[in-house]
Design a binder for this molecule. Structure first.
Ligand code: ANZ
Ligand code: ZN
Length: 970
């Protein structure tokens, strides 16, 4: 009995691979290159996660296949090793982060090698290596020199107990992650990088790359480009005391809907808006306002934007405070409108001030309701009847009309009209006559058309809508301005309806449900009325036709957009949600920012030849009492000469954020050995020109708006300044894919606290690396979240055992086994599936093939087995190497050429064959067209339906009618 013992086999082949260097990318190669990249990990103390194994194995399969296909593959790995966990550990245990990092990376590397990953270790990098971060610092200096790095006061998250600035990730529900204290906001000078300068290109150039649309959309939304207008509102001069202000003060607002300007009934400023300082002595209730501003500044942006509906009754809605004593002038109609401060307006978006249009914006609507402010409708929906649109050659008639929705309070039914000459159901409808108001017109129509005399007016359903349709019964086009009025029936007293009216329609009572289902419901306005009847009043956000807008009334909102902006003296403006990138941390374990401050010369970069600025050893890793990084306490390190005037100066003690090292790491891999890497210098440029851009980059969805966006930006910058060869284009990654997470058993999160973390080492020890690889690739679609399942592991192991046993059985000496078409089909399927990351279906077709082999092991030829080993090798590289050697084939299995399939044998055309035994139909089998009689015979004789009929009998003759039937005579 042969037994599969992965432990021995796997170690043996890993040693051979790494000794023979077969996975090394060739530096000076004439071959076509293929650069495959997978996001490098932060080497934590916990070791590799099974989630890491999933994406690394997936890309490893692609790398192995591409190598076998003859490409010069670069598949590198490294360590993104700066960050908080190592620092926190240092604070707790007093062990230097570089020591923990070294231990952890060693462990990660061993784990990756145990998994049989085919990384080119000669290009390994570590972001905490001074030889590496020299270039991270160099990039910072270039950004500074090009005006893209600047220092500014900014509010940061501050834990008053730990006296430390916290990254957003360290704030959990408004509290410090370490000690649970409520986090405050504190102003601090920070380095910022002007990523916003690249906002447009970062959106536009997404057209050049092959990313999943969810990734592109997330980046676009994050950058958040809005086209609108900036419009100035004058603040009215002070009236009291006669002391008019000599300077004209204006508030600039950003709006995406200048077409609604006539409906602007108040302005709102962000609490941090700078104009408040200038007008404060004119504000009568300043002390109250000031208190409000203080409160608002202590809230995080998230708290401010959060829906405040969850607050207790009375407190719900938008908070804000009117600035008493001043007013603004609406430039469209010169009306005086009040000015508020409210924290729902963000200081760092647009201009930090808004024109509020409560009728057409949800937030403004809520605010107006809460503070009792006028709501003025200026846009109404424009509807064109779907069934009877206006006809070009007919007369156009304009009318102001009403629709009456009469409710019977007894049964809540609605009064409707069923038309006689047309298949229409409508509400009571009619025009408003001279001298009538809407209620009078509606009451008259109700009486005329239905005879009901006593109805009570309840309300009007919002403003009017403009409907365009062809009025069949009058043979003319109508533009009707419809309003809907709700009435309640007082009693059922009914007068006689005139003969003419009776001929046109009949009054019926219907429930809303019946109405909803009525296919003949005529009015296009129905959906709007229904919505307004059943829902509380709300803003109308859509486009439409202007009303109450002076000379612009009647125009389409899209057209009025530019015209009103011009009329009000405004200008078109584009704004972005994206903010400049805060690049300072007051932590120890990061790249020192290579800047020096001199009182005379201001900020000066460290001269490039003095790079790297290495991180000095400190006694304490804790940030200081003032919130400065612990580097600030090292006088000998901090105090330096100014590079410019040589006077006394101080080093920057902030360090860079976690994301700095990963900005450019994929460029470093293009040179074996980081010491050889140089931006702008010939050898590196040659390597960059050869390897870039990255052909395929896989990483987590959670990095879409962080690392992926940051590194695209930094690459564009490096490209702009000529630090990388122009010929490689200005996008770093041609193609991006994303893996799904692995969950714990049962679909919950895998976490230490739940005790359900699977350690890949344990799985490898018990089942072998190939089993783990097969299982993780087979568990489900690559991009989906999948829970761990122990049963799946044993299934994967059994599959490999089957292959092992199969390889160890005597091979047929025949030329063909009849299985060639199945082999070819599998080969095609596996090849194609790997390219689109359908690893699970690739493996299932391999399983089908192995089952077919195992059903008739005696028929399997050596050539058949060879092909199976080749296409299985990217998935289970150790086992296949072992079997390759045992079968006596030459070289390494991973070094062979990927087998080509025979097009003829895989054409998808299928044919059905009737299978008879002694002339009786026993089965019907589908075949791929083109396979020969011998192959078909072989298969037919082994199918479960036919086998019992012929078992133990002698097959005398087989009659074969191609494309129709096969008859086995026994
Ligand atoms: C008037 C208006 C009328 C608006 C209307 C909308 C609808 P996006 O699309 O996200 O760019 N706004 C502008 N600056 C703001 C700030 N700093 N904080 C909070 N809100 C701000 O949104 C732009 C719209 O958001 C702007 O258009 C403005 O409200 C508001 F019927 O102006 B709008
Ligand atoms: Zn100086």
């Amino acid at each position: 009995m042969v037994t599969y013992n992965p432990k021995k086999v796997e170690k043996k082949w890993q040693k051979k691979w790494y000794d023979s260097d077969i996975f090394a990318a060739k530096s000076n190669s004439k071959k076509e290159k293929f650069y495959l990249l997978v996001e490098f990990p932060y080497p934590s103390g916990e070791g590799l996660h099974v989630g890491h194994c999933r994406s690394y194995t997936a890309l490893d399969i692609i790398a192995r296949k591409k190598r076998m296909q003859g490409l010069n593959v670069l598949y590198p790995m490294g360590w993104d090793a700066f960050g908080l966990p190592a620092e926190n550990y240092a604070i707790k245990m007093g062990i230097h982060p570089s020591i923990t990092t070294k231990k952890n990376t060693g462990n990660y590397k061993k784990q990756m090698q145990n998994l049989g990953l085919s990384f080119d270790w000669s290009r390994e990098i570590n972001t905490t290596d001074p030889k590496y971060y020299k270039w991270t610092q160099w990039i910072f200096i270039q950004l500074f020199k090009h005006g893209l790095a600047y220092k500014e006061k900014l509010a940061i998250n501050w834990c008053p107990k730990d006296k430390i600035g916290l990254a957003n990730e360290e704030v959990v529900q408004g509290k410090c992650e370490r000690c649970g204290t409520k986090v405050e906001r504190k102003e601090k000078e920070q380095w910022l990088i002007r990523i916003t300068k690249y906002a447009d290109r970062l959106i536009k150039d997404l057209d050049l790359v092959d990313y999943p649309s969810r990734v592109k959309d997330q980046q676009k939304n994050w950058i958040g480009r809005s086209e609108g207008a900036s419009i100035k509102f004058e603040i009215q001069k002070h009236q009291r005391g006669g002391l008019a202000s000599p300077v004209k003060l204006e508030i600039d607002v950003f709006t995406t809907r200048p077409d609604t300007l006539f409906g602007c009934t108040f302005l709102v400023l962000a609490p941090e808006h700078e104009i408040l300082e200038k007008v404060k002595d004119r504000i009568e209730n300043w002390s109250e306002v000031e208190k409000y501003i203080k409160q608002a500044k202590n809230k995080s942006d998230l708290e401010r934007q959060e829906n405040q509906k969850d607050l207790p009754a009375g407190q719900a809605g938008k908070t804000g405070m009117e600035l008493k004593g001043i007013k603004a002038i609406n430039p469209a109609n010169n009306e005086q409108i009040p000015i508020f401060v409210a924290d729902y307006v963000m200081v760092n978006y647009g201009t930090g001030a808004i024109m509020a249009v409560p009728a057409h914006d949800d937030r403004d609507f809520e605010f107006a309701k809460k503070h009792n402010l006028p709501i003025k409708e200026v846009i109404i929906p424009k509807l064109i009847d779907k069934h009877d649109p206006p006809k070009p050659d007919k007369k156009n008639v304009e009318r102001k009309s009403i629709q009456a929705i009469v409710i019977n309070p007894k049964d809540k039914k609605v009064l409707c009209l069923k038309w006689k000459k047309f298949p229409w159901t409508t509400f009571v409808t009619g025009g408003i006559n001279q001298g009538e108001d809407m209620v009078q017109a509606a009451k008259r129509e109700i009486l005329e058309e239905t005879g009901y005399a006593n109805v009570t007016y309840i309300k009007t359903l919002g403003g009017p809508v403009e409907s365009h349709y062809f009025a069949n019964h009058k043979d003319e086009n109508r533009k009707a301005i419809f309003s809907a009025l709700v009435f309640e029936l007082e009693n059922e007293q009914q007068q006689e309806v005139s003969k003419e009216e009776k001929e046109i329609h009949e009054a019926v009572w219907m429930t809303w449900d019946e109405l909803e289902k009525d296919k003949n419901i005529k009015c296009t306005e129905y959906e709007i009325w229904h919505d307004r009847f059943f829902n509380p009043p709300h803003a109308f956000l859509g486009e439409g036709v202007l009303i109450n807008s002076g000379e612009f009334s009647g125009k389409a909102s899209a057209q009025a957009f530019k015209e009103i902006t011009k009329f009000a003296g405004g200008v078109m403006a584009v704004k972005y949600k994206l903010r400049d990138w805060v690049f300072s941390r007051q932590h120890y374990w990061g790249e020192p920012i290579p800047m020096i401050f001199c009182n005379t010369c201001n900020w000066q970069p460290v001269p490039e030849k003095e790079l790297p600025v290495t991180l000095p050893k400190v006694k304490k890793y804790q940030p200081t009492d003032t919130g400065e990084s612990p580097l600030a306490l090292m006088a000998s390190w901090v105090n330096v000469k100014c590079p410019k005037c040589k006077g006394p100066a101080k080093r920057e003690t902030d360090t860079m954020p976690n994301w700095a090292g990963s900005n450019w790491y994929y460029l470093a891999y293009t040179n074996p050995g980081i010491s050889n890497f140089k931006f702008q210098i010939s050898n590196s440029a040659k390597a960059l020109a050869y390897w870039m851009s990255v052909d395929w980059y896989n990483g987590g969805m959670e990095h879409t708006t962080l690392h992926l966006l940051y590194s695209r930006f930094i690459f564009k910058f490096l490209w702009d300044i000529g630090a990388v060869p122009k010929a490689i284009g200005n996008e770093p990654y041609k193609k991006r894919t994303s893996h799904g997470f692995i969950l714990g058993e049962g679909g919950v999160k895998m976490s230490k606290s739940l005790g359900n973390v699977i350690n890949p080492d344990d799985v490898i020890k018990q089942y072998g690396a190939d089993t783990l690889r097969i299982y993780e690739m087979f568990m489900g679609p690559f991009e989906q979240m999948i829970p761990w399942d122990q049963k799946g592991i044993t299934g994967a192991r059994r599959f490999l055992e089957k292959v092992y046993i199969l390889a160890n059985t005597e091979k047929s000496k025949e030329k063909t086994s009849g299985l060639e078409s199945l082999i070819n089909k599998t080969l095609q399927k596996v090849s194609d599936d790997i390219e689109v990351m359908k690893f699970n279906t690739a493996i299932s077709s391999l399983m089908i093939l192995v089952n077919a082999f195992s059903d008739q092991p005696a028929m399997v030829t050596k050539e058949n087995m060879k092909n199976l080993l080749l296409i299985l090798s990217p998935f289970a590289p150790h086992l296949t190497e072992e079997l390759w050697e045992k079968a006596g084939f030459k070289g390494l299995c991973s070094g062979q050429a990927w087998p080509k399939y025979n097009e003829k044998l895989v054409t998808e055309e299928k044919v059905w064959l009737i299978v008879q035994v002694n002339g009786k139909v026993r089965d019907k089998i589908e075949f791929v067209n083109g396979i020969n009689q011998k192959e078909i015979e072989n298969m037919v004789l082994h199918t479960p339906k036919i086998k019992p009929w012929i078992e133990g009998k002698e097959v005398k003759k087989i009659i074969f009618v191609p494309g129709r039937l096969i008859n086995i005579v026994i």
